[in-house]
Design a protein around this ligand. Structure first.
Ligand SMILES: Cc1cc2nc3c(=O)[nH]c(=O)nc-3n(C[C@H](O)[C@H](O)[C@H](O)COP(=O)(O)OP(=O)(O)OC[C@H]3O[C@@H](n4cnc5c(N)ncnc54)[C@H](O)[C@@H]3O)c2cc1C
Ligand code: FES
Ligand code: FES
Length: 1354
């Protein structure tokens, strides 16, 4: 077929492109399906683009792609996801990565500097991708031809555009606010006062000062000029595997030439983004690609009075631009809808045609098909010699396109009203977990209507009603409803009947999740559309007394009421945030808000994570194979075909464990866990084997080809629920020292109660860590039977011990090294161990280095995550809401292995005790089930305990018809009751800051005023309801035994080692500050901060490192360093005094060089062991959140969250602020979004970014105010500091409670329409409160109820 391929460049047989201006020329590519990311990471030194999802859903791999158009002599720049971009498609292209923008050698780019300065990088794994997404927007804004002149030092981007630029990128650490600030700092319309905490200026500095301190931006900063050598390179290259037809005729010849039976080996391609969804297409089965991007008919955009014709290869981004240019409402709406399709970096390369072909051939839940269907579009299809023009409807309905069919173009007609006196209306809708896109719709819809205004009202002359993505083969029109509506006046009765027709047609295929919810969305959207044609205020802002019991009082005409009633549609973007804190100067630099160590390096992508370490020669790569059965004998594991797949070197299983070793993959303080299942697999997700191959791609593909022969005969059924575990008495023991203690006399407490709720039940689900860097390790065999393992782990010490036990080696033979971890959240603690152990075992067996970077899917399947639980409780209380007794029965699903599950009960009860329950008793069972073992995830147990406590408050308040806030207030602890519940941890009365915080947050958030506003808003809005909630938290913490070592080198530089691991939580930064502070007591005049370097953890260099978890490893590490420094200071002070006497003031270098001369020991080690009896303390905080719920879709928008958190004397307020905000947003994920679903056998089905939705910038609070309260000194805490890593996560349940409050009002309204009975106030809201969950509680039939009620109350 090559002869048909167009000769497109000077060099016909090569692929030429540039990366960061460096020329690359490839002559042969064995595998044409290799992606740019695979190439960058395996064959270049440019490691800033990271792999996190590999499916276009996270943005970690984003790069800037630049193309030269010789006809226009113009360079086009756009961001793309390098994990989907095929390397072959890059002939003549220039790629810029974050290190190409700037780096530590040539100077960081201002984007890097601002990301660092605004504290926008924590673990840093997302940061280079964020920088590149933003950079793409910046470059294009500069190119935009418009009359906005950039003000000096700023870009042409607006603040909204700046935020939108990173709306598609995921970050699991920061909570986005600081990233948004870093981006907005470039915006021309930004008010500098609105930007948050940073290292550039202090609050109160003048605008001029601020400007002068900000790394200045000027257009073109850091832009690599498009390399001249690429300008004559032509278009597509001509590798035999990559064919670039230059016109339709060539394309036709090519298609004709495809041999029968060879169709699947040849693939038409434009952006290749489709493989993000259809991942099976990734696995190297394609031998040849036909690149459609250079066929003029397919890339042309033609506009005339009849409409717009878009070539099928036109990218979605280009189509949006073209549509937006037209002053046409239909086009504008289509463009606006398309802006929510996928992510910006997918839209930049993904084509309109690719989308429609996916919809037509594979039933992809497309948005584009739906909106274009409503707009009456046509398509042109080429089959052999035949060109066909079809309506989009015909195209979608016909049999799936053949492999030789080509979609050539799409026409969207221009619509005008057909008669004088009528008007055209068009609107599009989508309901998805993320408002700005990067999430498939639960349902999408688009409606077009022509309305004639008559004296009697609006009459529908014609209409098109299209719905899609609801679990249907393709988008459809509901023709019977269209016919019914035509010619009718839009009245409640007509709308009701139309809705009925729609509902009977928009029915999801069997097996689709939430089918009723999806149908109700169809109703909601149609109602929304049609209600705008009603003569009366039918659609929402009711201003009279339609709602029973909800009529607006006369005084509510005030301006404030109007505002609360009508400011309803808040912008989709985060608008503002405030951070308040006091930086302590006492122990400088400790207490200062200095920037995170290495943040700029993380932004430029030079920071080295495990997978960035270059592979040693001869290195192999592994991929884990996991069980899909919960309980089965494993009879055999092998490959489908007789010969192993390409590149495979071995299939390692438990049989390969050396005879002196043991089948141990993980080792906690409680138990060891097997590395691989032996004859029996005991949960879906259990590791069965490790495929080792010559590349990660080969290993991953081969792992998919492994066939496991299971046998379940004569086995008992697996235990898949906690109820079943109870039935079969399948429990783990909790050691006595970890058993929480009951409080008071429960029988008496219950007897004192005036009311009781008996056996109320609730359930809490799991949560996945979603660290951006998945599990990874590299094991290198060393001399004398030793093993060096680089692991992304929170506990190298345990990792070393597990590996040694598995290999049957003494522990001193195994060295585990961890420099930084790309996000942990508990998931890189014991769950990282089997991954490192598998690499070590394979390396030991094969005597070659072996590494793995676990795919997102496998990671999600294995991870286990947070503990799900079932809670049943009885509570007794007085009429004022004061609780007298709470009794709980809790069944915790611990999964198949113990891991650290025994800590959960004590953590749970610790956080639950935040209220004075009078008396508290519980029975907690750790259920052993055939699920993957659950592990600690940020605030393990505490988040559930705190939530349960608030749920009890909600139920008590509902039972008594009391305001829930007053019930919480009446149950807050006094210091006496606190002492009863927490013992010595509660400290002195003055340390109990919660009651002050409770009042403070009410004032700072204007809680009471806003509650009134919310009430008024709800009275005058039918289809949105707001809720507001305040809640407190108490979180018990204590130090951990931690080693440290400080050494001073001869030039005065200081090297620090600690047991704690840098996970993004700023541990190194705090440790650095502590070292600089403590060593400054030598009285030298120099600042020592910049001389301190914290180095990677090495399990043999510093033993007993323990585990970095539980929020207090930073402070414990700091304390260990303080002890080391004290020793050093003690040794240096006599010398210092002597030198001072001789020379006056003494510089640090001089002191150290003299110390070397006089053989002072300049290295000190310590092992900090806290006194567990006295150093435990309580953390306090409170939050107020306000949300708005859309009753038609169940969407919850977080309007505002205010947090006040007692950080003691913060060691670094910027770091703590980052922890507080990041934890809160992760909590939002748990309470509102993240569904870690499994199938009926316990196999995780939420195994991708498509199915698991962590918060994005559009789902965080629109206004996010955080105050760090600096409470008093305390001798037992490390420099009086408190923890910040986990406790603030608990505050996120304020969002859940506020949602519940909004739903409560929605249900009251529904009751008034007759849609609910009188028990409407008693309900429980599941967590996560996803859109379907919320909508169901607000009434799946609420529209119908309303219409019936309206018809009855004419
Ligand atoms: C993370 C992510 C999120 C997404 N979210 C959404 C969303 O919310 N809503 C939505 O509607 N879409 C969504 N998409 C789908 C996206 O729009 C498509 O992936 C994209 O438009 C496909 O275009 P492409 O050029 O990359 O196609 P390719 O990947 O190049 O091709 C896709 C398929 O179509 C075939 N093909 C392509 N062009 C033609 C042609 N002209 N004639 C015949 N066959 C052809 C290819 O052979 C292939 O089988 C998402 C995609 C990703 C990766
Ligand atoms: S790794 Fe490419 S988008 Fe996630
Ligand atoms: S800093 Fe964004 S994922 Fe860690």
């Amino acid at each position: 077929m090559e002869e048909n391929g167009r000769a497109t460049g000077k060099d016909d047989s090569s692929l030429v492109f540039a990366i960061n201006s460096q020329r690359f020329e490839l002559r042969n590519l064995d595998d044409p399906s290799i992606t740019l990311l695979q190439f960058l990471r395996s064959q270049t030194s440019f490691k800033s683009p990271k792999l996190s999802c590999g499916e276009g859903g996270c943005g970690a791999c984003v790069v800037l792609l630049s193309k030269y158009d010789p006809e226009l002599d113009k360079v086009e720049d756009f961001s793309v996801s390098s994990c989907l971009t095929l390397l072959c498609s890059l002939n003549g292209c220039s790629i810029t990565t974050s290190e190409g923008l700037g780096n530590s050698k040539t100077g960081f780019h201002n984007i890097h500097k601002r990301f660092a300065g605004f504290h926008a990088s924590q673990c840093g794994f997302c940061t280079p991708g964020m920088c590149m997404s933003f950079y793409g927007a910046l470059v294009n804004a500069e190119k935009a031809v418009d009359d906005r002149p950039p003000s000096s030092g700023f870009s042409k981007l607006t603040a909204v555009e700046a935020e939108k630029a990173i709306a598609s990128n995921l970050c699991r650490c920061t909570g986005y606010r600081p990233i948004a600030d870093a981006c907005k700092s470039f915006a021309g319309d930004i008010d500098m006062e609105d930007l948050g905490i940073n290292t550039f200026w202090k609050k109160g500095d003048s605008v001029q000062d601020k400007m002068s301190r900000l790394p200045l931006y000027s257009p073109g900063d850091g832009v690599c000029d498009f390399p001249e050598f690429l300008k004559g390179q032509g278009k597509g290259g001509s590798l035999s595997s990559w064919i670039v037809p230059g016109n339709v005729e060539e394309l036709q010849r090519l298609m004709k030439g495809i041999d029968h039976g060879n169709e699947t080996r040849v693939k038409l391609v434009v952006g290749n983004t489709g493989v993000g969804y259809y991942k099976e297409e990734k696995d190297g089965c394609v031998e040849r690609y036909i690149d459609l991007r250079y066929v003029p008919e397919l890339k042309r955009i033609k506009m005339d009075e009849t409409g717009i014709k878009l070539g099928a290869a036109v990218t979605i981004s280009t189509a949006i631009k073209a549509l937006k240019k037209e002053n046409d409402e239909v086009y504008q709406k289509i463009a606006a809808h398309m802006e929510k399709v996928a992510t910006s970096f997918v839209r930049n390369s993904g084509s309109i045609g690719g989308n429609l072909v996916m919809a037509q051939k594979k039933h992809f839940p497309s948005d584009i098909a739906t909106v274009l269907l409503a707009a009456g579009s046509y398509v042109e299809v080429l089959t052999g010699e035949i060109h066909e023009r079809l309506t989009l409807e015909e195209f979608l309905e016909r049999a799936p396109m053949g492999s030789k069919d080509v979609l050539v173009s799409i026409e969207v007609p221009k619509w005008k009203a057909s008669q004088i006196g009528s008007r055209l209306a068009f609107d599009t809708y989508r309901a998805s977990p993320r408002p700005l896109g990067n999430a498939l719709a639960h349902l999408n819809a688009a409606f077009m209507a022509e309305i004639s205004e008559t004296s009697e009202g609006s009459v529908m002359s014609s209409c098109r009603l299209a719905f899609g993505a609801y679990g249907t083969k393709h988008a459809i029109r509901v023709k019977n409803a269209e016919e019914f509506l035509t010619g009718k006046k839009v009245t409640p009765a007509v709308v009701y009947e139309t809705i009925r027709l729609v509902k009977s047609t928009v029915v999801s295929a069997e097996g689709t999740s939430n089918p009723e919810y999806r149908s109700s969305l169809a109703v909601g959207f149609l109602f929304n559309f049609l209600s705008s044609f009603m003569a009366d205020p039918f659609k929402g802002n009711a201003s009279n007394g339609w709602l029973n019991g909800h009529s607006i009082a006369p005084d509510e005409d005030s301006e404030a009421t109007q505002k609360s009633c009508h400011d309803g549609k808040s912008s989709l973007l985060l608008s503002s945030g405030k951070q308040v804190f006091q930086a302590s100067k006492e122990n400088r630099p400790v207490g200062e808000a200095i920037g995170k160590t290495g943040a700029a390096l993380q932004a430029s992508g030079e920071a080295v994570y495990v997978d960035d370490i270059p592979s040693p020669p001869n290195c192999l790569h592994g991929a884990l194979v996991c069980s899909t059965k919960p309980l089965a004998r494993v009879k055999d594991i092998g490959f489908r075909s007789n010969s192993p797949p390409d590149g495979v070197a071995a299939l390692i299983s438990y049989k390969d464990i050396p005879k002196d070793g043991e089948n141990v993959g993980s080792k906690t303080m409680f138990e060891t866990e097997s590395l691989f299942a032996d004859e029996l697999t005991r949960c879906a997700g259990e590791r069965l084997a490790f495929v080792v191959a010559d590349s990660q791609k080969h290993a991953d593909s081969a792992a998919n080809l492994v066939v496991v022969d299971y046998d379940t005969e004569s086995l008992e059924p697996p235990i898949l629920t906690v109820e079943e575990a109870v039935k079969r008495s399948s429990f783990f023991n909790v050691p006595p020292f970890l058993q929480p203690k009951p409080v008071g006399d429960i029988t008496r407490g219950m007897a004192e109660a005036e009311h009781r709720i008996i056996n109320a039940e609730m359930k809490l689900e799991s949560q996945y860590y979603f660290y951006m860097e998945t599990q990874t390790a590299l094991a290198i065999p060393d001399e004398d039977n030793c093993m060096v393992v680089y692991s992304s782990t929170q506990c190298p010490e345990y990792s070393g011990a597990a590996i040694a036990q598995c290999l049957g080696l003494p522990e001193h033979n195994v060295r585990v090294i961890t420099r930084r971890v790309g996000g942990g959240f508990g998931g890189k603690a014991f769950k990282s161990l089997p991954v490192a152990t598998a690499c070590a075992l394979a390396a030991h067996v094969l005597q070659r280095p072996v590494r793995t970077y676990v795919s997102r899917k496998t990671d999600m399947i294995m991870a286990g995550g947070r503990h799900p639980m079932k809670i049943s409780y009885s509570v007794g209380f007085k009429s004022n809401g004061k609780i007298t007794a709470l009794k709980l029965d809790i069944l915790i699903n611990a999964g198949i292995a113990l891991d650290v599950s025994p800590i959960i009960p004590v953590h749970l009860i610790g956080a639950l005790k935040k209220y004075d329950f009078g008396a508290l008793s519980f029975d907690i069972k750790l259920c052993k089930t055939n699920h993957s073992s659950k592990s600690a995830m940020r605030a393990p147990g505490e988040v559930q305990g705190s939530f349960i406590a608030d749920s009890v408050m909600e139920q008590v308040a509902s039972t008594l018809s009391l305001d829930v806030d007053s019930v919480k207030t009446v149950n807050l602890h006094s210091h006496d009751s606190l002492k009863l519940f927490y013992g010595r941890s509660c400290g002195e009365p003055h340390e109990y800051t919660l009651t002050a915080i409770w009042d403070r947050i009410a004032r700072s958030s204007s809680f009471n005023e806003r509650r009134e506003m919310v009430e008024k808003f709800n009275r005058c809005n039918l289809w949105s309801k707001r809720g507001i909630s305040r809640l407190p938290i108490v979180f018990e913490a204590g130090g951990m035994a931690t080693p440290g070592k400080v050494s001073i080198l001869s030039d005065g530089s200081i090297v620090v080692e600690v047991g704690g691991i840098e996970l993004g939580q700023g541990l190194w930064t705090k440790v650095k500050q502590m070292a600089a502070f403590c060593l400054s007591s030598t009285n030298c005049k120099d600042s020592l901060l910049e001389r301190v370097r914290v180095i990677q953890a090495d399990s043999l260099s510093l033993i007993q490192g323990g585990i970095t978890a539980g929020s207090t490893k930073s402070e414990s590490s700091c304390e260990a360093i303080r002890l080391c420094c004290n020793l050093l200071v003690e040794r240096l002070v006599p010398l210092m005094e002597k030198l001072q006497k001789e020379t006056g003031s003494v510089r640090w270098e001089m002191l150290i060089s003299q110390a070397y001369m006089t053989s002072v020991n300049l290295s000190a080690s310590s092992y900090y062991v806290p006194d567990f009896a006295t150093t435990r303390y309580l953390n306090y905080g409170a939050a107020v959140s306000e949300v708005e719920v859309n009753l038609l879709t169940g969407e919850t928008t977080i309007l505002r969250s205010d947090l006040v958190y007692d950080c003691g004397q913060s060691l670094n307020p910027a770091v703590d602020m980052g922890q507080i905000e990041g934890a809160f947003v992760q909590g939002i994920g748990f309470f509102m979004l993240e569904e870690y679903k499994t199938n009926s056998e316990g196999l995780v089905t939420a195994d991708s970014t498509w199915r698991y939705k962590v918060p994005t910038i559009d789902t965080i609070p629109k206004q996010f105010n955080v105050e760090i309260l600096s409470s008093g000194h305390h001798q037992n805490r490390v420099l009086s500091s408190k923890a910040s890593g986990e406790p603030p996560l608990l505050l996120a349940s304020s969002v859940h409670c506020a949602t519940r409050a909004a739903i409560k009002d929605a249900r009251k309204q529904l009751h008034s329409w007759g849609g609910l009975d009188s028990s409407h106030a008693m309900f429980s809201l599941a967590a996560p409160a996803t859109m379907p969950v919320v909508k169901e509680l607000c009434g799946l039939d609420s529209v119908e109820s309303y219409l019936i009620w309206r018809m009855d109350h004419k």
